[in-house]
Design a protein around this ligand. Structure first.
Ligand code: NAD
Length: 470
């Protein structure tokens, strides 16, 4: 049982003013495995003051000095990969392959920020003007539970690369991961105050960061509802805002696709991170003329998918992060049936043989339409919906008939046709016959999936203000 009592302000581990303790659970067993003491608004104010005091000197550092600092962060995070992996397994239940990726990604993303910084042009000549990109100031970085360590590192590395300082409000449900990352960041020996971490509730510490006049920018990853609230709150102090929010991403299966060949991609995209991924391909659009054939292949493949103990090497889907999330997913499985969709696989309750843990059966609905709530709302669990379509135009129209616009996957044998369709889908990223990631390309969403972009030069620009000198 771990007790995490300290927060991190001005280069020191300090006791928070906040008194509340929050339980941390192992979602595979439902047991309480730790407790974290939460900071409050006063703690957020102290952290913001430290970041404000550190800003002028950090903003003046050279590219080389920042690269050296980021390299120290990279080394420190890489050295704690195994410890981070344990924390991710314990408090999050990510299955083996995903858990390993989540443990290596924080160091990798810092290396990607170093690459972006090395190539970045902070000055440009435009006619008689020199345009200088200057850091916005103190940044508030707020992360979700489903990729807490990764987002702390990606947001912080980008903020520091641009000369900004930061106050981080990590997910209160991911305090074990935060603690490992924090110890590594402390070892990296950055100047006091350039980054500060305050564990706390969103509506207390997050709210104070969003409200505070000394915070110039918010970078938030989380749900669309909280993102919209932050945008409204930030307006009062004219904060710059980057929002990475939810999704209901389409997987468009074209009528020339080889179903047995593409099915692993369809299911990996849908069940990514046990279905708890913003980019999960949860709406599967299938040509009506080949629906029965697709269902048969899907059923055969999903029968091979293991939902259960994330420590077992052959587990594909781990538990939902909390009882609340498990109950929410169960409600959607009931709702899909009430709405008239047909269960092709899975259903309510735990997978056979499991009597504890927040496990869900890999579930696929078919015969659905795009107006059903299971097709429109982010479920955040391993629940996929097959929606039949008539022709390419209808597939594009259904793909775009959503409030979201984060990601999409197009699958077919004619790459040129796939590319034509990809260009007509309104979202931040379209993958064609692959689940590959390109860290130098921008990441972010259209519509309710977000505002602004992260990664590469686009991510850096979001922390900078152009200043024209003539
Ligand atoms: P959430 O919105 O409940 O919480 C995210 C963070 O915001 C947490 O740290 C929380 O404490 C904080 N928060 C809550 N209320 C707040 C408030 N009033 N003011 C300030 N901060 C507040 O989201 P979650 O459940 O942690 O994460 C899952 C969601 O995140 C899903 O919707 C998922 O799609 C989204 N997500 C998006 C991306 C992306 O890159 N687009 C990546 C991962 C997750």
């Amino acid at each position: 049982m771990q007790r995490i009592e300290h927060i991190y302000i001005n280069g020191e581990f300090v006791l928070p003013h906040g008194q509340e303790w929050f339980d941390l659970h192992n979602p595979s067993t439902e047991e309480v495995i730790g407790q974290v003491r939460l900071g409050d608004a006063l703690d957020a104010q102290r952290a913001i003051a430290a970041a404000k005091a550190a800003f002028p000197a950090w903003a003046l550092t050279t590219r080389e000095e920042r690269i050296a600092a980021l390299q120290r962060m990279h080394r420190a995070l890489a050295a704690r990969e195994q410890e981070l992996h344990e924390a991710i397994l314990a408090e999050y239940g990510a299955p083996a392959v995903r858990g390993r990726w989540m443990a290596t990604y924080p160091a990798d993303v810092i290396a990607q920020a170093i690459d972006a910084l090395q190539a970045f042009e902070f000055e440009e000549q435009v006619g008689i003007a020199t345009v200088v990109l200057t850091p916005v100031g103190v940044t508030g970085l707020i992360t979700p539970w489903n990729s807490n360590a990764g987002f702390i590192c990606s947001k912080l590395a980008t903020a520091l690369a641009t000369g900004c300082t930061s106050v981080i409000k990590p997910s209160e449900m991911s305090a074990l991961q935060t603690q490992v990352v924090l110890r590594a960041l402390h070892e990296a020996g950055l100047p006091p105050g350039v980054f500060n971490i305050v564990n706390g509730r969103g509506d207390v510490v997050g709210e104070e960061i969003a409200r505070h006049p000394d915070v110039a920018k918010i970078s938030f990853t989380g749900s669309s509802a909280v993102g919209q609230h932050l945008l409204r709150t930030s307006a009062d102090t004219m904060k710059r805002v980057t929002l990475e929010l939810g999704g209901k991403s389409p997987t468009v299966v074209l009528d020339d696709a080889d179903f047995p060949a593409i099915m692993p991609l369809v299911l990996q995209a849908g069940f990514l991170n046990s279905g708890q991924a913003c980019i999960a391909g949860t709406r599967i659009l299938v040509p009506r003329t080949r629906l029965a054939e697709f269902e048969k292949v899907a059923q055969a493949h999903v029968a091979q998918i293991q939902s259960g103990d994330p420590r077992k090497a052959d587990t594909d889907i781990g538990p939902m992060v909390s009882q609340k999330q498990w109950e929410r997913v169960q409600r959607y499985i009931q709702l899909g049936q009430q709405e008239g969709a047909r269960l092709l696989a899975g259903g309510e309750g735990r997978p056979e043989g499991l009597h504890a843990g927040w496990f869900v059966k890999p579930t696929i609905f078919t015969d659905a339409n795009n107006q059903m709530r299971i097709s429109r709302e982010e479920i955040f669990g391993p629940v996929l919906t097959i929606i039949p379509y008539e022709d390419d135009a209808a597939a594009i129209s259904i793909a775009n008939d959503t409030d979201y616009g984060l990601s999409a996957l197009v699958l077919g044998t004619n790459t040129e046709r796939c590319g034509r369709i990809a260009r007509q889908i309104n979202c931040g990223r379209v993958l064609i016959n692959t689940l590959a990631h390109e860290p130098r390309a921008p990441f972010g969403g259209f519509k309710h999936s977000g505002l602004g972009r992260e990664m590469g030069k686009w991510g850096m620009n979001a922390y900078l203000e152009p200043k024209t000198l003539i």
